[in-house]
Design a protein around this ligand. Structure first.
Ligand code: GCW
Length: 718
């Protein structure tokens, strides 16, 4: 908060009524602790703080402690220079810090890691925040404040944390004209037109929010890239952002359009083996590093959905990525090369194509190239089995790409907490090195001893006052940061801390909101795409159901390609007798997914084409189970409405109303999904809607007639 005086903020914190909650403060609200006992105990323990050392990050830490302690404890806290202060923050080699540290502690604190502990000496106790580098110190500071925000007992606190993943990065699908592909919270937060001269406070608050959850990197531009961002006029703007983010430990990356040498370089080819092209990228990279000496590198979408790439010149993905990797290598930069590819000519099952393309390239990438893989093999669907490339590239750092923005998960009108979905993927067992070879062990590098690791999240931030459109979408940004830091954390614990910081420490409120959050993803899967169905959304905008669409320019953009409903049954046969996509997994996994009886029902229709009268675990037929699941999803939304209402007195008016209205929209949308989908699938199953399920109120033609030409997000035709 370099640009805001803390006195002003203190004024805001104390004077404005609770009804002024806009959500802008995210989980960093620092409202005064209301429980007098707890407040007194904290005040007894924390009397003054001293941040030892100097750097831009140290300044940020001073401001943050001042803001946080003043807000939470209700009295002014300014940095002191007293080595005796009850809270000391400083790097581990500061003489006044190191004397409190054991050899083993010093050894254990790693890059960006931190230690927060209470120490007592000569009857005096104090708290210590320490790290090897300023970024770690900042993370430790946020951790300390979080302990207060979540009302923890500080007495014997001793936390040593190191990030498990190196590159913890947001991917903004933001365009230079300020639109955002799949953005549901207004426009892009980057005001390119006014940069580099106008430095919006929001840029700093953005960096601060990211640092508070351990994120250390950001890709500013859309993977559907515009080469202009690599020209001097834009590099100046990028530099301005990089300079603002640096004190917060955030590195800037850009998307690199593969055809940039043609579009902005005046060459007539972008062939990665062409000498001129190689030289062009080398010089471009040198130029970028003159603006931004700690530039992170490039994220590239190549030969995917119309983007240019090495295959335009009959070169492989590795040849393309390596050419960029070589240019970045002298500066320590990396390439994140996306594996989200599926051929425009190839009629093969789309789910197989990324593996088919990339698995044979294992071991052929430069050491500074990471292959970025979406959590599932299709495309950020409400639920997908883990991508078969996880575990299948032991010699190439494979990094995760999650989608925080809810393109297929209710966009900004539905409360869907995504951490349970990400955890299902991270905890999935690939079996590549025997039992326990989980996806998170691939991602954190421990399974294959990767020299560099990464996890990316497609950002959900925008210009909306609350950053993310839906107030609960903030929880997804928050949870992404926490899981990127440590994929082993639980969705439950992350939700609990977020609720405590964002809403309340009242036990009933926590329990109620947590229950809503923890059940919300399963609910959304049920009312949209139960039992392994996928890709049934409206064309282009992906808003709402359109399982009937069959006439797009490519079959694998149409819902009918994915559900394959017919008089016999429904589902995509990816078993050995079908497309054989199952075979891309380890034999142990194949055994499960390949069998209609063994595959978990949540993935049944992902892997199998199943008879309408197939007997499900519940004893119901598939058709009845499908109908039941849709209804269950709707019921779960209604339950959330009731739960939210039950805690009304605990929630400020603004956020209460906002979530309440959105839950009403969500209920309507859930019913719409149920009714449209069941009406459509019923034309194949020819069976009645079971008694326990509310019948559709409109005709199938009605649902088919709905159009949403101005639904938010940029929409290509798929
Ligand atoms: O799912 C698709 C989205 C596109 C996106 C693409 C990708 C950036 O609908 O909008 O393009 O995935 O991940 O490249």
């Amino acid at each position: 908060m370099k640009y805001l005086q803390s006195t002003f903020l203190i004024f805001v914190l104390f004077i404005l009524p609770a009804s002024a909650e806009t959500g802008y403060e995210l989980w960093l609200r620092y409202n005064k602790i209301q429980n007098p006992e707890l407040l007194n105990s904290y005040l007894g323990q924390i009397k003054a703080f001293n941040v030892i050392g100097t750097s831009a990050t140290h300044d940020v830490i001073k401001n943050e402690l001042s803001l946080g302690l003043s807000g939470l404890l209700g009295q002014p806290f300014e940095p002191s220079t007293n080595d005796d202060a009850s809270l000391l923050a400083g790097l581990s080699d500061e003489p006044s810090i190191v004397k409190y540290l054991s050899e083993s502690e010093l050894k254990q604190i790693g890059k960006e890691g931190y230690l927060v502990k209470s120490v007592s000496q000569k009857e005096k106790s104090r708290f210590l925040i320490t790290a090897k580098d300023p970024a770690g110190l900042l993370y430790g500071t946020f951790h300390f404040l979080k302990l207060l925000q979540t009302h923890q007992n500080l007495a014997s606190i001793n936390v040593l944390e190191n990030p498990k993943v190196d590159i913890r990065i947001l991917n903004h699908w933001d365009n230079l004209d300020r639109t955002s592909e799949r953005g549901y919270a207004g426009f892009s937060i980057w005001d390119w037109h006014k940069l580099p001269d106008y430095l919006d406070q929001r840029y700093i608050d953005y960096a601060r929010a990211n640092a508070s959850i351990g994120l250390n990197a950001t890709v500013l531009t859309n993977v559907n890239a515009n080469a202009l961002v690599l020209t001097p006029a834009y590099l100046e703007k990028v530099k301005a952002l990089a300079d603002l983010f640096r004190p917060y430990g955030i590195k800037v990356y850009l998307t690199a359009r593969f055809s940039a040498p043609i579009e902005i370089g005046g060459l007539d080819t972008a062939d990665p083996l062409n000498k001129e092209v190689i030289k062009w990228w080398e010089e471009k990279v040198q130029e970028i590093y003159r603006y931004i000496p700690d530039f992170g590198g490039f994220l590239v979408k190549a030969n995917s959905e119309g983007q240019p790439g090495p295959q335009n010149y009959d070169r492989s993905h590795a040849e393309g990525a390596n050419m960029m990797g070589d240019a970045l290598k002298p500066f320590g930069g990396v390439v994140m090369w996306r594996a989200f590819v599926y051929s425009s000519e190839e009629p093969d099952d789309r789910a197989k194509q990324a593996y088919t393309e990339f698995n044979p390239l294992d071991g052929t990438f430069r050491s500074n190239v990471l292959v970025q893989v979406k959590n599932g093999a299709i495309d950020f669907q409400p639920r997908e089995p883990f991508h078969p490339l996880f575990g299948a590239m032991p010699k190439t750092p494979v990094m995760m790409e999650f989608q925080i923005t809810q393109e297929y998960l209710g966009q900004a009108t539905q409360l869907v907490y995504l951490a349970p979905m990400w955890k299902e993927c991270l905890d999935a067992d690939t079996y590549v090195n025997g039992k326990g070879s989980t996806v998170s062990k691939v991602i954190d590098g421990s399974l294959h001893d990767y020299s560099i690791t990464g996890i990316a999240g497609v950002a959900n931030t925008g210009t909306d006052i609350n950053w993310t459109g839906h107030p609960f979408a903030q929880a997804n940004w928050y949870a992404f940061g926490l899981l990127a830091w440590n994929p082993e954390q639980t969705a439950d614990q992350i939700a609990e801390d977020w609720i405590r910081m964002t809403y309340s420490n009242d036990p009933k409120t926590i329990a109620t909101i947590k229950d809503m959050m923890m059940n919300s993803w399963e609910a959304s899967v049920n009312y949209m795409t139960p039992l392994g169905l996928h890709h049934l959304m409206g064309t282009g905008h992906h808003y709402g159901p359109a399982p009937w669409v069959s006439n797009l320019s490519r079959a694998d953009w149409t819902p009918v390609y994915y559900h394959k409903a017919d008089a016999f049954g429904v589902g995509f046969d990816r078993s050995e007798s079908g497309s054989n996509a199952v075979n891309q997994y380890s034999p142990e996994v194949v055994k499960i997914f390949n069998s209609k009886d063994k595959v978990p029902e949540k993935f049944l229709l992902w892997f199998h084409h199943v008879r309408w009268d197939f007997e499900m675990n519940s004893g119901r037929t598939l058709w009845n189970e499908l109908a039941f699941r849709y209804q269950d999803g709707v019921n779960a939304v209604r339950k959330m409405q009731g739960q939210w209402q039950s805690i009304k007195p605990q929630i400020d008016e603004n956020r209460y109303r906002s979530v309440q209205m959105l839950l009403n929209i969500q209920e309507k949308e859930a019913i719409w999904w149920k009714d449209a989908s069941l009406s459509y699938f019923q034309t194949f199953s020819k069976q009645p809607i079971p008694d326990a399920v509310e019948p559709p109120t409109k005709s199938l033609e009605y649902y088919q007639s709905l159009r949403f030409p101005f639904a938010p997000g940029i929409r290509p035709s798929w």
